[in-house]
Ligand binder design. Structure first.
Ligand code: SF4
Length: 356
């Protein structure tokens, strides 16, 4: 799943965000876009809410100039107050180490600009194309491999949809449309429904895959209308969630996922292996079990893409292999995600081989 100064919400009207009401509306009654509009954007504000303080606040604020902090309240509510090592907090809190150069960590680790054939479209793999339907996300994950992606150049509106669909229509080897971003669920239901309807007119398209982290940080995003859109499309649908830790699966998210499951949507998860967050056997085991209980199959466990500013999250390949082997010994096969890395220019994800 799923970004960049590009992840900054550039225009609230673009994604039909209703400005947050300053009145005392209880969160449970807020719509998803109201929750999004009220997301925390300051390091100090986030730390204050969690009763934490740091000595290097200036450096962390400096890191936000490169890639802003953005965290919606439902995700903050899942963090433990007073715990500076909370695995959810560490995914979104800027670190001073982001400012340090690290060998091999670059702006575009997957060289996506070579596959970015036209505005809003990435065609890397046979049979499927990725549409960058939105340039925004609801949360800015510090390890995001697209944190420096040129979203400004890929910002698309309704007027650009036709050019994308024309590209897809001309290549009948393309059977699957992957909606990505940013986060495609930043579009409202009406916009999403319209895009999907237009795509349905292309006869060789069979499948629709949506990569999103938005429901994880704002479960209200799974609206009845969204479920209905997926239920009524002629496409076979899959949603690939991005959940890195079992603590992210709370009651509200589980309920939202069950509504998707009841509608017959296949749910998969991809996680990123992150140092200090989910790089031990117990965390990965708990994540797989919690996902399956929520109706989600663990699909991929990614090695970190070497994006500039994220080197402190790196887990070595050797440690990743050992952890993966332990998972295979401890869990049923269907609960063990494939350990993969993404390499630029390759025709698919690259499986990380077992150690002899
Ligand atoms: S939600 Fe996905 S695309 Fe957006 S910042 Fe997080 S990892 Fe990147």
């Amino acid at each position: 799943m799923i970004t960049e100064t590009p992840l900054v919400i550039e225009s609230l009207t673009d994604i039909n965000i209703v400005p947050a009401q300053s009145s005392v509306q209880p969160q449970a009654e807020q719509s998803w876009n109201q929750v999004l509009a009220g997301a925390t954007k300051g390091v100090k504000s986030l730390l204050d809410q969690l009763d934490l303080s740091v000595s290097d606040l200036n450096d962390r604020q400096q890191a936000c100039l490169d890639f802003p902090l953005l965290v919606p309240q439902p995700f903050i509510d899942k963090m433990e107050k007073g715990n500076a090592s909370d695995p959810l907090l560490l995914q979104v809190l800027p670190q001073s180490s982001e400012l340090e150069p690290a060998e091999g960590f670059i702006n575009d680790p997957l060289a996506e600009k070579h596959s970015n054939l036209q505005k809003g479209l990435i065609h890397k793999y046979h049979g499927r194309v990725l549409v960058l339907l939105s340039t925004g996300c609801a949360v800015n994950c510090r390890y995001c491999f697209r944190r420096h992606f040129p979203y400004q150049e890929n910002r698309i509106g309704k007027n650009d949809w036709q050019a994308i669909l024309d590209y897809v229509a001309k290549d009948n080897s393309i059977e699957e449309l992957i909606l990505s971003g940013g986060d495609p669920l930043m579009l409202n239901d009406q916009q999403l429904g319209k895009f999907i309807k237009q795509a349905e007119a292309i006869p060789h398209l069979q499948r629709l895959r949506i990569h999103t982290r938005l429901p994880v940080v704002i479960p209200q995003r799974i609206t009845p209308k969204f479920v209905e859109i997926l239920q009524s499309t002629r496409f076979d649908c899959a949603i690939v969630l991005h959940i890195n830790h079992s603590y992210e699966l709370d009651e509200k998210l589980i309920l939202a996922l069950s509504n998707l499951r009841k509608a017959g949507i296949t749910l998969l998860n991809q996680a990123v292996l992150l140092r200090g967050i989910n790089d031990c056997l117990s965390d990965q085991t708990e994540l797989s079990k919690a996902l399956f209980k929520a109706g989600v199959l663990p699909y991929y466990l990614h090695l970190l893409d070497k994006v500039k500013g994220a080197h402190h999250f790196e887990v070595s390949e050797k440690d990743a292999q050992l952890l993966h082997q332990q998972l295979l010994l401890n869990l049923s096969g269907y609960l063990v995600p494939k350990l993969v890395r993404e390499e630029s220019g390759k025709g698919s994800k690259t499986p990380v081989p077992m150690r002899p």
